[in-house]
Design a protein around this ligand. Structure first.
Ligand code: CO
Length: 472
């Protein structure tokens, strides 16, 4: 009998980033993370995703924590495990396009403070918006992973995905991720998709999906059988619902097969025990809602991510127009088509969703057009897979010539301007502060003031001296 060829499946643990972003609005604090880091470091994960995405904004805005300090503390604790972050291409961790020098500096500082693997994506899958970040990561000897935002539509053929994989390899990326933010990827489609990506490139393939529509663990099974090398999972107390499949379940599923992860279930159980009370507490306080925990079939029906659905409901509620929910759901695919059929992921999901609400509430399509919609139709976010609807484009930008080049080519360097900003001049305590300010000026300013006030409080002697001389 031929000996079984072993190709152990690798696991990226998401509990410190996507899982709590998806289930408890990104509210896990550094203090809640640190006591378990030592144990997590012994598991043998391929990587731990712990930074980027919404965690940066949420730390500054809601938790009054310095995100850079969190990263350094996690780096100190994880001595053997690679740390991973999520990065929105030319948008970095914000919602607009930034100049290349800001993107480069952000990547450099992320890696310098402890990130090993940087997962970079663009909401249109416009690879030009990923070039600068990939180059910057390679320059710093980091692992640059490009994530493809998965979506449906007749332009998204297997040939399209295969060609895109080829281009990603040519760009010098180290791996490819299928980023299925809405949980739309069905098990048998995953087989075809993974095969197409493997035909297009020889790079490792990582799968990222959400349990929202209930198919995620079956999708992983088929993807792994088709050759996916790494899957993203979350420890059971923060798994399923709008989060990822449970780590322990996937580990057990592949036990004794050629894909055996080799991870220790006893150790995983101890880690789950640590997080369980956090889940219980979040359910009790209402921070974790039962709404995010069930299976949401609407996401398959309307191909709209779970987070977008709940945003819609609250937008309609504010306008006293909850009865228009179904109409808006039907309008979303039409707006998406007018905008060249992009994936719906931050920030395109918000832009398309808000415009669909306006179209319905105004009783006339594109009577009012949001600033962000105008930017999209002017080409300021890059190129979509299909052309924009010319009539809608004309309504939005008139005779203005749309941009066809890489949008960041038209953005002047911004870093020096941010460095010279009076707020940065006054409050800067570390190099990284200029980046926090560049991305979230108002939120960062408030945080800087809070930080200074705290330092004055804890050190009464220092209160008498110039605030800038405090230790960092
Ligand atoms: Co995700």
């Amino acid at each position: 009998m031929a000996e079984q060829v072993k190709k152990p499946l690798k696991i990226t643990e998401t509990i410190l980033r996507d899982a709590h972003q998806s289930l408890i609005a990104t509210r896990m604090t550094t203090e809640q993370m640190l006591p378990i880091v030592d144990k997590m470091d012994k598991v043998g994960y391929h990587s731990v995703e712990c930074w980027g995405g919404a965690t940066f904004d949420a730390s500054l805005r809601f938790l009054k924590e310095d995100p850079w300090e969190r990263l350094r503390k996690l780096r100190d604790g994880f001595k053997n495990t690679k740390l991973q972050m999520l990065f929105r291409g030319q948008n970095i961790l914000g919602y607009n396009h930034y100049s290349d020098d800001v993107v480069e500096y952000f990547v450099q500082k992320s890696l310098a403070n402890g990130i090993d693997i940087i997962r970079i994506f663009d909401c249109f899958n416009d690879l030009r918006n990923l070039e600068t970040a990939v180059k910057a990561a390679k320059k710093e000897k980091g692992h640059a992973q490009i994530a493809l935002s998965y979506t449906l539509g007749d332009a998204y053929t297997l040939d399209y995905w295969k060609e895109t994989a080829k281009k990603i390899e040519d760009m010098g990326a180290d791996s490819i991720c299928i980023k299925d933010m809405a949980g739309l990827l069905l098990p048998y489609k995953a087989t075809e998709l993974v095969q197409a990506l493997k035909e297009g490139s020889s790079l490792p393939i990582q799968m990222h999906t959400h349990y929202t529509s209930g198919v995620a663990s079956m999708t992983y099974l088929k993807a792994v059988e088709a050759g996916a090398d790494i899957i993203d999972t979350a420890m059971s107390p923060f798994s399923m619902g709008t989060s990822q499949p449970a780590t322990e379940v996937m580990v057990e599923t592949f036990k004794g097969t050629e894909y055996d992860t080799g991870l220790d279930q006893n150790l995983l159980a101890e880690i789950a025990d640590y997080f369980q009370p956090m889940r219980d507490e979040a359910l009790k306080s209402g921070l974790m809602s039962t709404k995010v925990l069930g299976v949401n079939i609407k996401t398959l029906l309307y191909q709209v991510p779970g987070g977008m659905l709940s945003n819609l409901v609250s937008q309609l509620k504010e306008n006293g127009a909850e009865d228009k929910y179904r109409e808006v759901l039907e309008e979303i695919p039409r707006v998406r088509k007018d905008y060249g059929e992009p994936p719906l992921v931050t920030p395109s999901s918000q832009i398309v969703g808000t415009q669909a609400v306006l179209n319905v509430l105004q009783g006339e399509r594109y009577k009012m057009i949001t600033k962000e919609s105008k930017k999209v139709l002017a080409g300021e976010f890059g190129q979509t897979i299909k052309p924009f609807n010319p009539e809608v484009q004309k309504k939005a930008i008139g005779d203005t010539e749309p941009i066809t080049c890489r949008p960041a080519d038209l953005i002047e360097p911004q870093l020096e301007k941010f460095e010279k900003d009076p707020v940065v001049q006054e409050y800067k305590q570390q190099d990284e502060d200029v980046l926090s300010y560049a991305l979230f000026p108002a939120v960062a300013t408030e945080f800087f003031k809070y930080r200074e006030a705290q330092q004055t409080k804890v050190d009464p002697k220092a209160a008498d001296t110039d605030s800038k001389s405090y230790p960092v």
